[in-house]
Design a protein around this ligand. Structure first.
Ligand SMILES: Nc1ncnc2c1ncn2[C@@H]1O[C@H](COP(=O)(O)OP(=O)(O)OP(=O)(O)O)[C@@H](O)[C@H]1O
Length: 598
């Protein structure tokens, strides 16, 4: 795939160089420049749509913002095109941050409505703010493209746009294969799991919105200088739809798809003009047919077909990996950590799910938390991992207060968890899932990611090798390149453990890891928990499977109706009359009944 991408970029460079040589007149060249400008917008929008799975129908608004900012700076303050474009990109980027803010609360259709509203507001401001924008007449006499005082001819301007599109595509591709791109994909597939691994979901979405906004802002200024005239009717809702279609038609998340989509949707309307009254009908019908036949978009479907024809080897060699022991021991201070929860109370309206629960996971121990259904175990787990806020009480890890912090902050401070109902990043490979877990160990910044610096590549390689080592630790190296959603259930549970370990936790929290496993798989799990504990990782195990608890736990704490009723060694807890009444009695009866059933 890596070679194919290189070939793709070479082909793109050749096409971009060849076109002006082949174009016969100014009209053709101008149309191609328009395609380049749309291509820049589509490449940026693809970061948002393809990687984070969010939909923006307000790109025309950001495009307009960039156009007007650039045009106003050029006509009123005499800025040249480059400075105008840079300021326009910053202004658009700022609005990108504002647009990202609603994603804290709304997604899907609601987010689409917010972005539509933004586009309409920009259009209306452009009409109404006559003194600045020229109202419906717009802004005329925008100077021709110029850089540092030099006027750019048609071909020179074409060259500049081609370089910007090429660089934007390369930067977007680099972003996609960096820790930022992986985080975006992870957030789009399971925000809960991403947050539990330390990914700041809001930050990641904001970055994607800014990428889409900055490119639209840049493209806006380029458009204003190309057209030398702009007015509000150029930036309509239907343009926003067209930009989104460019991404989806070409293939969301693919590197070259949005460029292909931009090409098709720039030229198709021109080509269809010959069909006169049928033009709009033919346009819609063609799009419908293509999307029906290729729901992944053109490039997405091609890549899918190619993968089927030549599937990548499923396994990786465990020898490539860094030993899990070495990965986990890299920060010896993090091992043998202590979690202390004091008087945790969680109320849901009138219901007290946790009532002054106190618990101490001693350094390096396996601590089981058990209790009948509805006792408050999940509430405890969700509270200490930051998904619920405690009504009262506090909890800390190695003396660092965690109450009141967000889930991704708690994860970064060393608490890693698995989920009762597995929460994998289904469309990422098994290896990529673990690499997301390792995310916080990667220190390179955005600039390094966009430029793919040697330091970034080194860290990525180390991340990959650490992930392979962790896959080998849970015996999943043979499935490394398989999409996680295709793994059998038992292996999915193991993958979650490897992913949580990749975050190099101080405390590993396993939420009912034996649920749904076969007897052999539970035996393997038992052995795995022992190996994890032997590495020095403290484990909090929430489980119903009594035999497993008795076999691996150093301490057992029992919850009943939100209250801790016992906390001691397994042998002592097992004989505690209150525990027998609340839990063991019933669960042993259930076990007997289950055995009696044919
Ligand atoms: N988000 C919530 N809103 C309202 N009530 C909740 C919420 N989460 C849990 N509860 C209630 O809190 C109580 C404790 O539930 P919790 O899921 O923590 O128990 P549990 O011990 O994990 O049970 P199980 O073993 O079935 O998973 C239950 O009465 C449950 O209905």
């Amino acid at each position: 795939m890596r070679h194919l991408t290189t070939i793709g970029f070479l082909a793109l460079a050749v096409i971009l160089v060849a076109v002006p040589l082949a174009s016969n007149n100014e009209y053709e060249l101008r149309l191609f420049m328009l395609f380049l400008i749309y291509g820049i917008i589509a490449v940026g929008l693809n970061v948002l749509v393809g990687l984070t799975g969010l939909v923006s129908l307000g790109q025309a608004g950001l495009f307009a913002l960039g156009s007007y900012t650039g045009a106003i700076l050029a006509t009123r303050l005499g800025f040249d095109m480059v400075s105008s474009a840079l300021v326009a990109a910053i202004v658009a980027g700022f609005f990108g941050v504002l647009l990202a803010y609603p994603t804290v609360r709304v997604r899907g259709v609601y987010l689409a409505v917010v972005t539509i509203a933004f586009g309409l507001i920009v259009e209306n401001v452009a009409i109404e703010w006559q003194s600045m924008t020229g109202g419906t007449t717009g802004i005329t006499s925008i100077p021709s493209p110029n850089v540092f005082g030099f006027r750019l001819s048609g071909y020179a301007y074409y060259g500049l746009l081609a370089v910007v599109l090429f660089l934007a595509a390369a930067a977007a591709h680099n972003l996609k294969i960096s820790r930022f791109g992986r985080a975006m994909l992870a957030v789009s597939q399971s925000e809960t799991a991403a947050r539990a691994l330390g990914v700041d979901a809001t930050g990641v979405r904001t970055l994607a919105f800014v990428a889409a906004a900055v490119t639209a802002g840049l493209a806006g200024t380029f458009y204003a200088f190309l057209n030398s005239y702009i007015s509000p009717d150029i930036f309509t809702f239907s343009d926003s739809v067209r930009f989104l279609l460019m991404v989806i038609l070409g293939g969301a998340a693919s590197t070259f798809g949005p460029i292909l989509g931009a090409y098709i949707l720039t030229y198709l309307p021109e080509y269809l003009q010959q069909f006169a009254v049928w033009q709009k009908f033919a346009y819609g019908a063609l799009l419908l047919i293509v999307m029906f036949v290729m729901p992944r978009g053109i490039m997405g479907s091609l890549a899918f077909g190619l993968k089927k024809l030549r599937p990548a080897p499923r396994a990786v060699s465990a020898t490539e990996g860094i030993l899990a022991e070495d990965t986990l021991r890299r920060d010896p201070n993090a091992l043998r950590s202590e979690l202390v929860a004091r008087d945790l109370t969680v109320r849901f309206g009138g219901l007290t799910a946790l009532n002054k629960a106190s618990l101490r996971v001693k350094p390096g121990e396996v601590h089981a938390l058990i209790g009948p259904n509805g006792a408050g175990k999940s509430t405890f787990v969700n509270t200490i991992s930051g998904f619920y806020r405690p009504t009262e009480g506090e909890f800390e890890i190695d003396g660092v207060q965690l109450a009141g912090r967000k889930s991704h902050e708690i994860a970064r401070l060393g608490l890693s968890r698995t989920f009762q109902n597995t929460e994998l990043f289904g469309e990422l490979t098994v290896l990529e899932n673990v690499m997301v877990g390792y995310q916080q160990g990667l220190g390179y910044g955005l600039a390094a990611a966009l430029l793919r610096t040697p330091a970034m590549r080194r860290q990525e390689e180390e991340c990959r090798r650490a992930a392979i080592g962790l896959l080998a630790f849970v015996d999943l190296q043979d499935y490394a390149n398989e999409e996680a959603r295709f793994l059998p259930f038992g292996l999915q549970r193991r993958l979650e453990i490897a992913r949580a370990l990749a975050a190099r936790p101080r405390l590993l929290l396993l939420d009912e890891p034996a649920a749904g496993l076969t007897t052999q798989e539970i035996d393997a799990l038992e052995e795995m928990i022992r190996r994890i504990a032997a590495l020095g990782v403290s484990v909090l195990l929430i489980e119903h499977h009594v035999e497993l608890i008795m076999a691996v736990a150093d301490t057992v704490t029992v919850l009943d109706y939100g209250q801790i009723i016992a906390s001691d060694t397994p042998a002592v807890v097992q004989d505690d009359p209150r525990v027998i009444e609340a839990y063991f009695g019933t669960s042993l009866e259930h076990a007997d009944a289950a055995e009696a059933t044919p």
